[in-house]
Write a protein that binds this ligand. Structure first.
Ligand code: GLU
Length: 457
């Protein structure tokens, strides 16, 4: 018996290695995509050893190859009358479970590597929500920082003038991500509607509530992350009440993670932007933060001019040296490396909930797991945003608008279910306590079985 299991394990390990090597060979210079694939596939050994038919069906080779990747030119004219050219992307990664679904990111770092890593993560995150949505992602290397409102509009209209060809409420449904919020979605929706005619309201999510958006979508990723961490804490007999919390970032995810954590009685002492971080020993003044970031679109350093008891430090990395019991990385990928993770552990961190996509490096994850830190991986912990996007799609199809309480209640239940699914899968496959493995395995089984049922397509 042992010999048979060993043989299957050897075959599974060999298969995982060869798929990963193939990804590196065929996608050179794409380190974040490699990292996302490695984090996922390395946890699948017990599944593939137990069910070798997934190997026979070449499921992993199919999963790591996007169904299609579109790149396109985005020309636009700036306020000085100069012509600017950016590059647009949309990866339609996997449509097994439903229309491609995933956000658009506008940031200078965006390239094929970044959208592929994000699109890959999105497939499994979306599967965990239990909703009928496939995985996609897109964006542009356009830098929204310092651009006027008119420049943002001209750029997003040009972007949509090309992207619309690939979209549709049953085909591909983008939303926001870094650099894309309600304003950009509004302009894109307007342009899509103008080109296509008619009002295909479910083609984008994260819309304004006056024209088909869902109440609760703005809050969903941050609230969802806190709901997920709440479940992890409950299991360990801990809670947000009275805990010291550090949240990185100050965008949409961070702001609403702070809001929910504060509502639950947490003491949130720090947050950041790409230039630096603030530490407020009396707790972050959320109204002020919202004013600065959501309305005035200012840098976080301005916070200390209003709150003199707070300090601002240039360089965001230092935020992880602030002692806390709960850390919520809500900024961007690879913001917690091995060193930052070791510092957090040394300072007594009990739980980490990933609000951003892939904010911890592979080394950081290992350190958290080795030290028994409750670790909520992004695919599970930040699925609340896309989950409410799917609820927005449902409301659009039904031509209904649900109340905030109804949407928030459903979000809360979805986050509890995701936690439950990850726990059950981790226990079934011999990796209790490891929600990275649990979430990956639950999502893999969900997508893989559906792929096999649909044949080789
Ligand atoms: N960009 C978000 C994410 O990373 C939301 C995607 C969506 O709502 O479609 O999941």
């Amino acid at each position: 018996m042992t010999a048979v299991i060993t043989e299957h394990e050897t075959r599974a390990a060999e298969y995982i290695r060869s798929v990963y090597e193939g990804v590196v060979r065929r996608n050179p210079y794409e380190p974040e995509f490699h990292q996302a694939v490695k984090e996922f596939t390395d946890t699948l050994l017990p599944v593939l050893a137990k069910h070798p038919h997934y190997i026979d069906q070449a499921v992993l080779e199919r999963m790591v190859e996007p169904e299609r990747l579109v790149t396109f030119r985005v020309p636009w004219v700036d306020d000085q009358g100069q012509i600017q050219v950016n590059r647009g992307f949309r990866v339609q990664f996997n449509s097994t479970l439903g229309p491609y679904k995933g956000g658009l990111r506008f940031h200078p770092s965006v390239n094929a590597n970044i959208v592929k890593f994000l699109g890959f993560e999105q497939i499994y995150k979306n599967a965990l929500t239990g909703q009928p949505i496939g995985g996609g992602k897109g964006g542009s290397d356009f830098d929204p920082k310092g651009k006027s409102d008119m420049e943002i509009m001209r750029f997003t209209q040009s972007f949509m003038t090309e992207l619309y060809k690939y979209l549709g409420e049953d085909t591909d449904v983008p939303a926001g991500d870094i650099g894309v919020g309600a304003r950009e979605i509004g302009y894109m929706f307007g342009q899509y509607k103008r080109i296509r005619g008619g009002n295909e309201s479910g083609v984008l999510t994260g819309k304004g509530v006056r024209y088909g958006g869902s109440l609760g979508r703005t809050e969903a990723t941050g609230y969802g992350c806190v709901y997920f961490v709440q479940e992890m804490l409950k299991f360990a007999g801990l809670s947000f009440e009275g805990s010291r919390v550090v949240v990185s970032g100050s965008g949409n995810v961070a702001i609403y993670a702070i809001e929910k954590a504060q509502q639950l009685g947490a003491h949130v002492v720090a947050c950041s932007d790409s230039a630096g971080y603030i530490y407020d020993p009396e707790g972050i003044d959320l109204a002020l933060l919202k004013q600065l970031k959501e309305k005035d679109r200012k840098r976080i350093s301005e916070y200390v001019t209003v709150r003199p008891q707070a300090t601002y430090t240039a360089g965001w990395e230092g935020i992880w040296t602030i002692p806390c019991e709960i850390a919520l990385p809500c900024a961007t990928q690879n913001e917690i490396d091995g060193e930052a993770a070791a510092t957090l552990v040394r300072n007594g961190v009990k739980a980490v909930g990933e609000g951003a996509n892939m904010p911890s490096t592979l080394e950081a994850i290992d350190i958290f797991l080795e030290h028994g830190v409750l670790f909520g991986p992004a695919k599970a912990a930040n699925a609340g945003g896309v989950a409410v996007s799917a609820l927005e799609m449902s409301q659009n199809s039904m031509r209904q608008s649900w109340t905030f309480e109804e949407v928030d209640g459903k979000l809360h239940q979805i986050m509890k279910n995701i936690y439950e699914r990850a726990v059950v899968a981790s226990e079934e496959y011999g990796c209790s306590g490891n929600l990275v493995a649990g979430a990956n395995i639950a999502a893999f089984l969900h997508v893989a079985d559906a792929m096999i049922a649909q044949g080789v397509v």
